[in-house]
Design a protein around this ligand. Structure first.
Ligand code: URA
Ligand code: SF4
Length: 469
């Protein structure tokens, strides 16, 4: 029997790598994660050395799951992760797709709980101003009590959102400080050390006002989304509508993460994340059924250095045949709108939320006509890793979402282009994200006057996005 201890994902992974390379079956390992807990059994065997000759090939999706599940507070996780790893590498390579499997189900539950906890932390952490060492410098502290060890999962979000502030988030098990350059992790602290004073209300108001988009307020969600024990650190009630809007976006992502049982394009991402590798890997994507009927995947097009990214819904008939985005009728209208807005299409990266053409067939004379069909949320979710990889690589100054599909993929399902068109909003992707009409919506608009108005709006929105790049 091996008696092993792991405090975090990296320790577990190192152990697991060695054990697996020595073919140690799960039943021969006892895992625990508390260093103060004495192992009662004598003579634990030393860990085997990693055999360099045996390379273990583990599905990437598992590593992604493992990093999240490792934050789940229970010793069960290490055993479960190792058993799953063992099975994946011993003849059950597609195990993660079998949602009815007990281990996969348990892993999925843990992943969901951790993701949910991260969502709560993002929505409810509230900073307070404290005295800083240097007089000209302001520092902010927040106290939060997560259920799981999620500080490392959530901290990058705060470093992006509060890039210009010097802040610390304290939790009972871990803490993290952003010094405007890097995240520094430290031990946890008791609640009594968290600052009590009420200085940051205005900052929160501005912060929330700037990142939220108008969306319906669901009061019932408030009860669901605010566990009582978060209340002592919550902002006052006037901010609650804003928080609810945040919650609505986060709930979408939570729902998405439970859909994580399903297959996504993440399985097909190449190791090398440059545009050429991504584009060619997308051709082999089988994460949803759309690939079965389309001619080819239509990947985004443009330079990696582009400061403006345009996102459409999915390729149309002509795009599907040519393999390039926005080359059909909607593309021609887009080109002319870009030109009027003074934007050179060669300077822009143009892509779609979904990379394969979805259509229904209609008899036409002797042949058939392929009619565009809207992608469903399952397909959008499956395809999302491609879009995320594109945005991660390009890191544009501005993003334009053309129509409801990209807008909802980016802002959440409550987003309405008709309400929030033209507003420059902050998102996880970049500080200036704007939603506007899809050129195809103009082509379908029967009323000429209305169509002209929509075209003006499209041009103006493209121009205002270009102006912030
Ligand atoms: N419509 C889109 O959304 N994308 C295209 O590439 C073409 C038409
Ligand atoms: Fe993959 Fe997207 Fe094509 Fe579906 S639509 S197969 S997720 S590339």
């Amino acid at each position: 029997m091996f008696f092993l201890q792991a405090d975090d994902y990296h320790q577990w992974r190192d152990h697991a790598r060695r054990l697996l390379s020595a073919e140690v079956p799960p039943a021969e390992i006892h895992w625990n994660s508390d260093s103060s807990q004495q192992v009662l059994f004598a003579d634990p065997r030393p860990l085997p050395e990693c055999s360099a000759s045996r390379k273990v090939n583990v599905p990437k999706a598992f590593l992604e799951w493992a990093e999240i599940v490792a934050c789940y507070c229970s010793d069960r996780r290490w055993q479960l992760l190792y058993r799953t790893l063992w099975r994946l590498t011993h003849g059950e390579r597609n195990l993660l797709e079998i949602v009815t499997d007990d281990d996969v189900h348990q892993l999925g539950q843990m992943k969901k709980m951790v993701t949910r906890d991260v969502h709560k932390m993002k929505a409810f952490v509230r900073f307070r101003k404290v005295e800083a060492a240097a007089p000209a410098q302001e520092a902010y502290v927040a106290w939060h009590r997560p259920d799981h060890r999620i500080v490392r999962l959530a901290a990058p979000f705060f470093s992006r959102r509060f890039k210009e502030m010097h802040w610390t988030i304290l939790t009972p098990l871990e803490s993290v400080t952003w010094n405007q350059k890097e995240l520094v992790y430290g031990p946890g602290v008791p609640a009594s050390e968290a600052p009590q004073d009420d200085a940051l209300e205005d900052l929160w108001k501005t912060y929330y006002a700037s990142i939220f988009n108008p969306a319906r307020i669901k009061v019932s969600m408030m009860k669901r989304e605010m566990p009582v024990r978060h209340w002592p650190t919550m902002p006052e009630t006037e901010l609650i509508p804003d928080l609810l809007r945040e919650a609505s976006q986060r709930v979408d992502r939570m729902v998405d993460s439970t859909e994580g049982f399903a297959k996504t394009a993440a399985h097909y991402l190449p190791d090398q994340k440059d545009l050429a590798s991504l584009r060619s890997a997308a051709q082999s994507c089988r994460a949803c059924d759309l690939c079965q009927h389309a001619t080819q995947a239509v990947f985004g097009e443009g330079r990696r250095q582009a400061s403006l990214v345009l996102i459409g819904e999915q390729p149309g008939d002509q795009e599907d045949l040519e393999g390039r985005p926005f080359v059909g009728p909607a593309g021609q209208l887009l080109d002319s709108a870009l030109a009027t807005a003074g934007i050179n299409r060669d300077d822009v990266y143009v892509t779609n939320v979904v990379k394969h053409f979805k259509f229904t067939e209609q008899p036409l004379n002797r042949g058939k006509r392929r009619l565009h069909k809207k992608p469903n949320s399952r397909e959008i979710y499956a395809c999302r890793p491609w879009l995320e990889a594109e945005l991660d690589l390009i890191r544009p100054q501005a993003i334009v979402c053309l129509g409801a599909t990209p807008a909802q993929a980016i802002f959440g399902r409550d987003f309405r282009v008709s309400h929030s068109r033209g507003q420059l909003l902050r998102t996880d992707w970049c500080n200036h994200t704007i939603a506007t009409w899809h050129p195809a919506a103009l082509l379908r608009m029967p009323n000429a006057e209305r169509r002209a108005e929509m075209l003006d709006a499209l041009i103006a929105d493209l121009a205002s996005a270009a102006a912030v790049t």
